[in-house]
Design a protein around this ligand. Structure first.
Ligand code: GRF
Length: 204
């Protein structure tokens, strides 16, 4: 399954996906890494791994999210992409892109959803005093960080934890569960409950 990874930053989850996808028989082929920022660190890592990259800067579009998404959509279509993984893509999506990719778009979020959607999840987990924190891979729907859950991993919050220490503990689990979730989704072993045929249907 031709898969694109969308990033905005360092791309450590992207690297984990690229490495997993190299395994023989892995059902997803990472055919494109697309960033909405030209200075996203992950772009160089993708290029070094021999993966095609594209930049569709969001800044020039300002508040016109729909126009930016149309440009992103055109690049995805040009590359024949059938599945999209958001990996640190720091851009809220509109119903345009979400609708186009219903059942064919995954996201990784650094909390045990439905707890702590949105930003600053590790600081908020520490402030709330939760004893368990973690990460979630979910299908992307219109509501942010709220789609059907594909995979989760929990980590303990330890006494004296800093935000950085907790983030690192969670990130190690992100790098484990995102490739696994992609394998399951691309292989057809798990589907969005409302769009179960999305990956096998022709592109809309
Ligand atoms: C990860 O923690 C991811 O869960 C969140 O943003 C971070 C991206 O990190 N959405 P990276 O770019 O994959 O290293």
């Amino acid at each position: 399954v031709k898969t694109a990874i969308l990033i905005s930053g360092r791309g450590s989850n992207m690297v984990a996906l690229l490495e997993a996808a190299r395994a023989p028989g892995f059902p997803a082929e990472i055919a494109l890494v697309l960033a909405n920022k030209a200075d996203a660190g992950g772009l160089a890592l993708a290029a070094a791994a021999g993966v095609p990259t594209a930049v569709v800067e969001s800044r020039p579009f300002g508040r016109d999210r729909a126009a930016h998404e149309a440009a992103v959509q055109a690049v995805l279509e040009a590359h024949g992409i059938r599945l999209v993984c958001l990996a640190g893509y720091m851009r809220l999506l509109t119903p345009f892109l979400v609708g186009r990719w219903a059942g064919r778009m995954l996201n990784i979020h650094p909390s045990l959803l439905p707890a702590f959607p949105g930003l600053d999840t590790h600081a908020r987990a520490l402030a709330a005093g939760v004893r368990l924190h973690g990460c979630t891979v979910h299908w992307v729907t219109e509501e942010m960080d709220a789609g059907p859950i594909l995979a989760q991993a929990a980590v303990p919050v330890l006494p004296g934890d800093t935000e950085a220490a907790l983030a690192a503990r969670v990130l190690a689990q992100e790098h484990r569960i995102y490739p696994e979730a992609l394998r399951v989704a691309a292989g057809g072993a798990a589907a969005h409950p409302d769009h179960s045929a999305a990956l096998t249907n022709p592109l809309p």
